[in-house]
Design a protein around this ligand. Structure first.
Ligand code: UDP
Length: 410
């Protein structure tokens, strides 16, 4: 296990975007946890929503006076191939689950658990990758409650995979899901906590005119003098970049100068990414208005989400989809599928549109509806910003988590 390097956070930085009551609640919960030492566990330091969340939550909790560590599992591609199959299986895609895969999972999780030597008062383990560590951790830290935070869409899991992970869930004292429909794993206590975005990061902070101009240059040859529709996602079959390409082609029949930006990265724990990237890039090669962009720095993603006319997130499964709130926070309307956490964020006809995940043509029509009406885009953008301010900013999520910690440690 290894600790990622993190930059500092100060709670003061959130005062401008958070109501005073919420900040006070946060401080009083942190005071109640002043003697506690908390450990977060996950399987990657970069890429994907969980790493993104932990990079903010962990330093903010430390700033609030709650001693919080984060350790990332050490593992190689063999393990990540198994955990990717688990992730896919839990989201409903049947892949074989062999004895060898089960053994790899057991070995790697146990070896990582054996490396944790410090004392902690509470352990928060993220996602199925960490479950195999819990039994050993429970033996090592018998007094520390174990909280499991599942970020995966568990509405329709494949039985084999659900049974496989359920065999590891005994040590869990409290399970947290992003929606009640995902609570497919039994635990003595269960909570629903919505994820959140961090408004002070490079990814989400406001950019002045000069910074926007610099980032525009970085995105060249994508031009913001013509309409741009964007998707920001890991290259992953669930994110359905091919469906977005189809929707773009439908929209382009009405708006011929339309461009599509598909920005994506490969998460450290996702070996499928490169292959899919190559397929998407191949599919787009004949259209100069499709821009497949990889590994953009956060400030460039920020500008891209801000400058795009419409953001699309037509996932086939989606635990939450931080990218949706990221775009909405920047006043960019989102056309998203009625899947997972997307409908929590996209209010149909108020800050974007909801579409059937299998219906690329209507997705294209909705993109056109927004592109053809500047006033609608502006008013949707205002609604979008307020919706995220109320529900999906970091201080709200940290309040929810600290409330669970206080209850578990009482
Ligand atoms: N992301 C990024 N660059 C990329 C693709 C994604 O920085 O090229 C970030 C994105 O901005 C978001 C996170 O990765 O913060 C993805 O989180 P989300 O919940 O949308 O999806 P996940 O990858 O966890 O399934």
């Amino acid at each position: 296990m290894h600790p990622p390097s993190l930059s500092n956070r100060s709670i003061e930085a959130y005062a401008a975007v958070t109501e005073r009551d919420r900040l006070e609640r946060l401080r009083s919960l942190a005071d109640a946890l002043a003697d506690a030492r908390i450990l977060h566990l996950n399987s990657t330091a970069t890429g994907g929503g969980v790493a993104e969340l932990l990079r903010s939550i962990v330093p903010l909790c430390n700033d609030l006076g709650v001693e919080t560590d984060w350790l990332v599992m050490d593992a190689d591609d063999d393990f990540f191939e198994v955990t990717k199959a688990m992730h896919n299986g839990l989201q409903g895609n049947a892949e074989p689950l062999t004895e060898e895969m089960r053994a790899t999972y057991r070995e790697v999780t146990e070896a990582n658990a054996a490396e944790i030597e410090d004392e902690y008062d509470l352990v928060l383990a993220h996602d199925p990758q960490t479950l195999g560590m819990l039994e050993r951790l429970d033996e090592r830290l018998p007094d520390a409650p174990i909280v499991w935070r599942c970020h995966v869409d568990l509405t329709d899991p494949v039985d084999d995979y659900l049974a496989f992970v359920s065999a590891y869930t005994d040590p869990i004292d409290h399970a947290i899901f992003s929606r009640s429909a995902y609570a497919a794993v039994d635990a003595p206590a269960t909570s629903i906590v919505y994820p959140s975005i961090d408004p002070v990061t490079e990814k989400n902070r406001s950019l002045d005119e000069g910074e926007l101009a610099t980032e525009r240059d970085h995105l060249d040859p994508l031009s913001f003098d013509a309409p741009v529709v964007t998707q920001v996602s890991r290259f992953d079959p669930w994110k359905d970049q091919f469906g977005t390409l189809k929707a773009y082609r439908t929209a382009k029949e009405e708006v011929p100068e339309l461009q599509l930006a598909l920005a994506g990265g490969m998460a450290g724990d996702d070996p499928e990414g490169l292959e899919l990237y190559e397929q998407v890039a191949d599919e787009a090669v004949d259209d100069p208005d499709v821009h497949v962009l990889t590994d953009l720095p956060d400030a460039t993603i920020n500008a891209l989400q801000r400058l795009s006319d419409v953001v699309v997130q037509k996932s086939l499964r989606e635990g939450f989809g931080l990218v949706v709130s990221e775009a909405l926070w920047k006043r960019t309307p989102v056309v998203g599928s009625t899947v997972g956490g997307i409908p929590l964020q996209v209010e149909d006809g108020r800050n974007g549109y909801l579409v059937d995940p299998d219906d690329a043509p209507s997705t294209g029509d909705r993109i056109v509806d927004l592109l053809e009406d500047d006033e609608r885009r502006r008013s949707f953008g205002d609604n979008a910003r307020e919706h995220v301010r109320e529900r999906f900013l970091l201080p709200r999520q940290v309040v929810d988590l600290l409330e669970i910690f206080v209850t578990e440690l009482a």
